[in-house]
Each structure stands twice: as C-alpha cells, then as structure tokens.
Design a binder for this molecule. Sequence first.
Ligand code: FPP
Length: 239
Amino acid sequence: METDTKKPGRQNLPRHVAIIMDGNGRWAKKRGLIRSAGHAAGAETFRRMTYYLSDLGVEFFTVYAFSTENWKRSEKEVSAIMALLKKFLLEAIDLMEKKGIRLRVLGDTSRLSPELRALIKRTDEISTRIKSGLVANLCINYGGRDEIIHAIKAWASDPEKKELTEASFEKYLYTAGMPDPDLIIRPSGEYRLSNFLIWQCAYSEFYFTDTLWPDFSEAEMDKAFDAYAARDRRFGNAK
Ligand code: FPP
C-alpha cells in the first residue's frame, strides 16, 4: 500500500515502534465486561496496528503482552491471556507468509506451556523463511531486568565471549540484531516504563496518551508519529 507522504508525520517515520498495551482492564470495566474481554479487544487492536505499521513500512513493532510480574494476577486472568496468545499464534501461523510479517516472541519462554512453546517454535521457523517486511515482537513473560540478567549469564557462559562492551552485550539480549526502539508509546494515562525494554530505551522518544489500548487506532498512531517527527533527537550530541 502506498503511504501518504504529504501527511505530516509520515516522513521521518520511526524504524522501531514499541507499545505498552495498557488499559484493557479499565476498558472492559467501563463496559461492564470481564477483564479478559478487554484483553481480547486489546489483542485485536494489536493485530490492526501490526497491519497498519506493516503498510506504512515500519520495520520493527514490539509490544508488551505479558510481563514477568503479570503471573501475580488471578489464575483466571492469566489463563485467559494464555488462551488469547494461543489463538493469536495459531492465526499468525496461517497468515504470516501471506502478509509478509515476521512474528517473534521475546522473553523467558521456559515458563510457558509446552503447547505455547511449540507454537512459538513454529512461528520462529516461518519467520526465518520470510526475508523482508515488518518484524512484530510479542514480549511474553518478559521483564527488562530479567532480560539483562539472562544476557549476563549467557555472556558469562559463552566460550567465545569477547570483552564486555555495550556493543558486544547487545547480542545476548532478546532483541539481538534489532535497532533500539525509536518511539515508545504508553496508552491509558500511565507514565511509567514498567520494566519494558529498559536497556534498549536509552535514547527512545516517549509518547503518552489517555486512550485505553483497545480504543487505540490508526489516527492515534498518526498523532504519535506527528509528535515523533517534531522531536529533535540529539543522542547526547550538541547542535
Ligand atoms: C495491560 O492492561 C495488559 C496486559 C497485562 C495484557 C495484555 C494482553 C493482551 C492484549 C492479550 C494478549 C496479546 C495478544 C497480542 C494475543 P491491564 O490489564 O493492566 O489494564 P488496566 O490497567 O486497565 O487494568
């Protein structure tokens, strides 16, 4: 699909967009629905935004679907999210090649069910066959601190390890080989990072909105891109 380059914000698009999909529970409560209905609506928004970013030519899209801390939620809610992930991965397996979208799962997958792990292996295999197009990263059982500890342990036990530098460390992160996020969006009126991409966000731009994630739309994404395009990114340099 052609992008409308006359529209402000479409030039200077971020290469890597990351989103904390927050506000699903409040969205459901406002409608008198159970929390898992909010997560189902949130998963649908993720699907729509993935297609939108793919059409625009964004290269990487990373979302926080389930954190290392989310296990503290009720058994019922955790099971509902896991069921949604299963449904989503099954649908992705059928659609990824047709849509030209690579799907990766980032996080400690060892705590996930064997069934989910098998689906993740399958989406990984399909992604490897797809040579171009958007990379959509679903962070599951992901925590930024956990990722850093995991990376340090992987470095320490690597028989071919090089001296530890910022550049050599990056290849042990879940995001190895990907650029850092240019733009991190948090909907739902919360202003914190909640352990998301804490290594990678060093020079990210942030965009906050009160919109709850299930209500997030293409128009809202355009607003975030407009704000991003107007930012002056200096990476510590001076003018
Ligand atoms: C945060 O909203 C959302 C989560 C902890 C889970 C997000 C999960 C999904 C969108 C479903 C799984 C994803 C896919 C793509 C299949 P919250 O529950 O903290 O909302 P609240 O702050 O309003 O309570």
